[in-house]
Ligand binder design. Structure first.
Ligand SMILES: [Zn+2]
Length: 453
């Protein structure tokens, strides 16, 4: 029997250019799929009253190291250089599969609670073959839509960065792919999270890119950020190795040269920008307008909860503020009026939803409220004191709302949050992530005691 859910009388921001906005609209979901988006629908269905709610497609986070949830907030003042030492060299080597499980479960539930329905899990914590299984199990149990990006082991900074010779284990990538992702359907898909030129030697880069292409896995790689990698010319080096392609997402991109921007655009690559991290930790200016000016459709990502908040509202505001600050400062210097091509509040919603789906390679199934796509839908409470009264619904979401206003969340047509309450065993997730925190801190102390003994 067909299972129908009717979201009734919301203010629909479909992010589909054909459907547009419906100030009073209904969304019909049939067996997890969006069946119709119209001003009024009558159907024999479970009805969710959406009056006073703004309906948007779920946010898409295109790069998060979800495993870091147990060490949330541990490095509040870190620069990127500090982060390599404090997180990748200190905590990452201590991670057990249980820590990865706890981090991914708590991190994925955090996403759902905040209206992020699709997550690219950039998982460079595969210290043993049990680590990827634990990460994937937690993602599956949470009910989120996720692209699991299989990354390297992280057993020491020397192994991980700086002309590393250690490659992602091809046999284990093949095992994980056939064990969990054989169909390419369902909520979980797979990618390869590679380090790229400068962080590992060219033979490793070439082997990892070849592995991804042999298996048809999209590639995600950090480029052009911070004091070190900002000078590597990573995209140019990838071009030199003949490896650029439309299957690759470039994360950060703060210091890409003009030539490199053209290389990314011409090769059909995609871009993920983590604005709060980039402004706060020294990666560089979030290059939202640069990406747009090169014909790209940039997306947003959270990156690390060790140092920044884990929600999309923060990213939206960080990108919007930083981009406009940069343009305003340039115009002040030149004593010119600001251009009318300034980034808009509505563009930010597009960047956080449908652009994210494009970047994750999932635009055929999520990113907009379009009949035929899977039902990944978020309702924002527009009656809350920080949102009401609404003049411009897109701006109400991007500039007024926060996580406390995420009222209802559906992923693949399954209700994961209702009336502001997550429908999950949050007590268990909290217990596991706190136990993980305690275990990691104890292991860190033990390691430090040994080092000074
Ligand atoms: Zn990252």
């Amino acid at each position: 029997m067909t299972h129908r859910i009717l979201l009734r009388a919301g203010h629909v921001l479909s992010m589909d250019p054909v459907i547009g906005d419906l100030p009073r609209g209904d969304v019909l979901v049939e067996d997890g799929r969006i069946a119709a988006v119209e001003p009024e629908i009558s159907a024999d269905a479970e009805v969710l009253d959406m009056s006073g709610r703004i309906l948007i497609p779920g946010f898409v986070d295109t790069h998060r190291h979800t495993w870091e949830a147990p060490i949330r907030g541990v490095a509040p003042d870190a620069t990127l250089d500090d982060y390599f030492v404090d997180i990748l060299d200190t905590f990452a080597p201590l991670y057990t599969p249980d820590d990865v499980y706890a981090g991914n479960l708590a991190g994925a539930l955090e996403c759902l609670n905040a209206g992020i329905t699709t997550l690219v899990d950039w998982s460079h914590i595969n210290n043993t073959p049990e680590h990827p299984d634990a990460a994937i199990q937690a993602l599956a149990e949470s009910g989120i839509r996720a692209q699991y990006a299989y990354g390297s082991a992280n057993t020491s900074l020397a192994d991980y960065w700086f002309e590393s010779r250690i490659a992602i284990p091809a046999d284990d990538v093949r095992r994980i792919r056939s064990a969990h992702f054989a169909s390419g359907e369902g909520l979980l898909t797979m990618a390869l999270a590679t380090r790229g030129p400068g962080f590992c030697v060219d033979e490793v880069v070439t082997a990892e890119w070849a592995l991804a292409r042999e298996l048809g896995l999209p590639i995600t790689v950090h480029v052009a950020m911070g004091r070190l990698a900002g000078r590597f010319g990573m995209v140019k080096r990838l071009h030199g190795l003949g490896l650029l392609g439309p299957d690759t997402t470039y994360v950060h991109c703060c210091y890409l040269s003009e030539e490199e921007w053209r290389m990314v655009a011409d090769s059909g690559g995609t871009v993920s920008i983590a604005p709060q991290v980039e402004t706060q930790m020294g990666h560089g200016w979030p290059p939202v307008m640069q990406a747009i000016e090169h014909g790209l459709r940039p997306s947003l990502s959270i990156d690390v909860v060790t140092t920044v908040p884990g929600d999309m509202f923060t990213q939206i505001r960080a990108a919007f503020g930083a981009e406009r600050a940069r343009v305003n400062a340039d115009c002040w210097q030149a004593n010119m009026p600001v251009p009318d091509t300034m980034l808009t509040a509505r563009q930010m919603l597009e960047i956080a939803t449908v652009n994210g789906a494009h970047v994750a390679g999932l635009e055929d199934r999520t990113g907009s409220l379009t009949p035929g796509k899977r039902a990944d839908i978020v309702a924002i409470d527009a009656t809350a004191p920080n949102v009401a009264p609404v003049h411009d619904a897109a701006a109400a979401v991007t500039l007024c709302a926060d996580v406390s206003n995420v009222d209802t969340v559906l992923v693949d047509g399954v209700i994961r949050k209702r009336d502001g309450r997550l429908l999950a065993d949050t007590a268990r997730a909290l217990r596991l992530v706190e136990e993980s925190r305690d275990r990691l801190l104890a292991a860190k102390e033990e390691k430090e005691a040994k080092a000074t003994a």
